[in-house]
Design a protein around this ligand. Structure first.
Ligand code: FES
Ligand code: FE2
Length: 401
């Protein structure tokens, strides 16, 4: 018999899944495109909602943790983090990867410290020296031969779901996300022509900004603001040259075309390395801007790929890693310098961060009201409706059935 005051388990699940946000405020967000409005202020300022997002939009989803090659030695292990969860990524030397919770099966000490990397064939706990293989199996437990019935095979590291895609590593901490293929839908057909898997990181900038992670994504998905704050960008790529795709997975995106004579996004409009030789004429004339929910923005240029990968730190704070990837043949040249691409986007990034921080300050004001989206903000509509549905359903992203 249920005691008074106890909540039936099924009800607990529903209550946990539902985002702590006023449902009525989501109705205008989900109105038809052309008459819809932006997200309510709580989406950008509420600590309770932020905690819910970390659980439901990040831990329960496929989160990008970086480029696989940069994360782990070919044979060794490294610590990676998604929100509050810490993991051990292993490479066994033959290309096989493993991902495990960073928790020893003895009494739970973490195996690797924050940011730690080790080379070699084994992983030893720093507390009582239990030793694991790179496949997570327990190889040694000092003095446990004295324990009757102790079987090492009962104590492997706890595995975590991961997926490698176009050179990036994605982690699903909860183990409950849909299969990766259905999560990304047809996105591969937009990303793979640039052969992103083969590209190498040539430059990196790290930013920390005073804005909610969703404001960064919303800003990325529209160029309605470009004539106001991006004079350099508008010379190369007219703000009205955009066309957004019909997303069929947990992503949003579109393309923009170059002005006549422009080869890429750089201050001169010229590329110092030339377009990827394998690219079609059509793709040489445009940049694709794609946001894979929840934390990876992929900008595919004719001659380089730029990514923004972010980590929410607080409702009004996010860390953003910006990478520039080039063809290995270009990077190997003596005169290679990615500066032409880095300089352009660092200027543009800072213009964007300033705008995002301005929106964050507005969202924190008593004067904030949900505002209308213009017809040039259709990809923002795609994104905020994905978020609003996620708040209502308790499920991360939109997924192909
Ligand atoms: S907690 Fe790892 S060996 Fe004891
Ligand atoms: Fe911008």
């Amino acid at each position: 018999m249920a005691s008074e005051g106890l909540i039936p388990p099924s009800r607990i699940r529903v209550m946990r899944n539902r985002a702590p946000i006023d449902r009525a405020a989501l109705e205008p967000v989900l109105a038809p495109f052309g008459s819809s409005k932006s997200l309510p202020a709580d989406a950008y300022t509420s600590a309770e909602l932020f905690a819910w997002e970390r659980e439901h939009f990040f831990s329960a989803s496929w989160v990008c943790v970086g480029r696989t090659k940069d994360l782990c030695a070919a044979q060794g292990c490294s610590q990676v983090r998604v929100g509050d969860e810490s993991f051990v990524l292993t490479g066994d030397g033959s290309g096989a990867l493993g991902l495990f919770h960073n928790v020893c099966r003895h009494r739970g000490h973490e195996l690797l410290a924050e940011g730690e990397r080790r080379e070699g064939r084994v992983l030893q706990c720093p507390y009582h020296s239990w030793v694991y293989g790179l496949d997570g199996s327990l190889w040694g437990a000092p003095h446990f031969s004295e324990n009757d019935g102790f079987d090492r095979s009962d104590y492997p590291l706890v595995p975590v779901r991961m997926h490698e895609w176009n050179g990036w590593l994605f982690v699903n901490a909860s183990g409950t996300a849909p299969e990766f293929d259905s999560y990304v839908g047809s996105l591969d057909s937009f990303v793979s022509p640039h052969r992103v898997e083969e590209l190498v990181v040539a430059a990196r900038h790290d930013y920390e900004i005073a804005a909610n992670w969703k404001i960064v994504t919303e800003n990325y998905h529209e160029c309605y603001h470009c004539p106001t704050i991006h004079p350099e960008l508008c010379k190369l790529s007219p703000p009205n040259s955009g066309f957004n795709f019909d997303p069929d997975g947990a992503w949003v995106g579109g393309r923009m075309e170059f002005e006549t004579g422009a080869e890429t996004m750089s201050l001169s409009g010229r590329s110092d390395v030339g377009a990827f030789p394998w690219l079609s004429d059509e793709l040489r004339g445009q940049v694709l801007y794609i946001g894979l929910f929840p934390n990876l923005l992929i900008s595919l240029h004719p001659d380089y790929v730029m990514t923004h990968r972010f980590e929410p730190l607080a409702p009004g704070r996010a860390r953003i890693e910006c990478l520039w990837l080039f063809a290995p043949e270009a990077v190997a040249r003596d005169d290679f310098d990615p500066g032409y691409a880095v300089e352009f986007w660092d200027i543009t990034n800072r213009q964007d961060w300033s705008a995002c921080e301005g929106v964050q300050r507005g969202a924190g004001s008593r004067g904030y009201r949900q505002g209308p989206l213009s017809t040039r903000e259709d990809a923002v509509y795609d994104f905020v409706t994905m978020v609003a549905r996620g708040y209502l359903d308790g499920v991360a992203g939109r997924v192909v059935d």
